[in-house]
Design a protein around this ligand. Structure first.
Ligand code: ZN
Ligand code: ZN
Length: 208
């Protein structure tokens, strides 16, 4: 037996955990099972499982957060009225206004109640209601194009109005129509309200 071979055999029967050397492989094996069985068990079994579990939980949690945020963003854009001022072709009134258009909403023939004090909780918005009479108060010292459209009232109210939907009622499942002073109007959220306007929005489900 050469010296090199002898070294290799010695390397093989050396315990890698505590550096003890053994006369033969059986000696090392019984030493391992006697002294290091717990450690071997832990390293081989529970360590990777725990790591995989932690990663799985981490991935699930991150996934849920991302899914929640995407859902919230989509829901918000679906529920809210978004006015694009570049769509508004009229000129904003100059100087302070105090106008009172009147709004009626009918869903399947039934009047949808418009609450009192919309736009008055906390900040006093330049568009608001005082009573449940459907009168929109446009009390505005510096009116801009955005703040005089019907959609701005819905934005302050926190409800949806577009040519496609009022609240959760959408034109894909019924008919959505709007009229101003008895004449059909197609401006919906972009309609520039005038003092004394009689605005009617009607949705009828199942009618196409
Ligand atoms: Zn007021
Ligand atoms: Zn008023």
């Amino acid at each position: 037996m050469t010296e090199e071979t002898q070294n290799k055999i010695e390397e093989k029967i050396k315990c890698e955990i505590c550096d003890r050397t053994f006369a033969n492989a059986d000696g090392l094996a019984s030493h391992n099972s006697a002294k290091h069985s717990e450690k071997i068990y832990k390293e081989k079994k529970s360590f990777p499982i725990k790591k995989i579990m932690n990663w799985a939980i981490f991935i699930v949690v991150v996934g849920l957060i991302v899914w929640g945020i995407i859902g919230l963003v989509n829901k918000n854009s679906a529920d809210k009225t978004i006015i694009d001022e570049s769509n508004l072709t009229f000129e904003a009134p100059i100087g302070a206004i105090h106008w009172h258009p009147h709004l009626t909403i009918k869903i399947d023939g039934e009047i949808f109640p418009i609450p009192a004090n919309i736009g008055l909780a906390g900040a006093h918005m330049p568009i608001h209601t005082h009573e449940t009479d459907g009168i929109i108060h446009m009390e505005n010292n510096n009116p801009t194009k955005k703040t005089v459209v019907l959609g701005y009232f819905f934005e302050v109210w926190g409800k949806k109005l577009s040519k496609d939907c009022i609240f959760e009622y959408c034109a894909d499942k019924g008919t959505l129509k709007m009229s101003v002073n008895g004449k059909e109007n197609f401006d919906f959220e972009n309609y520039f309200m005038q003092d004394g306007d009689e605005i009617l929005i009607e949705y009828n489900s199942g009618v196409k």
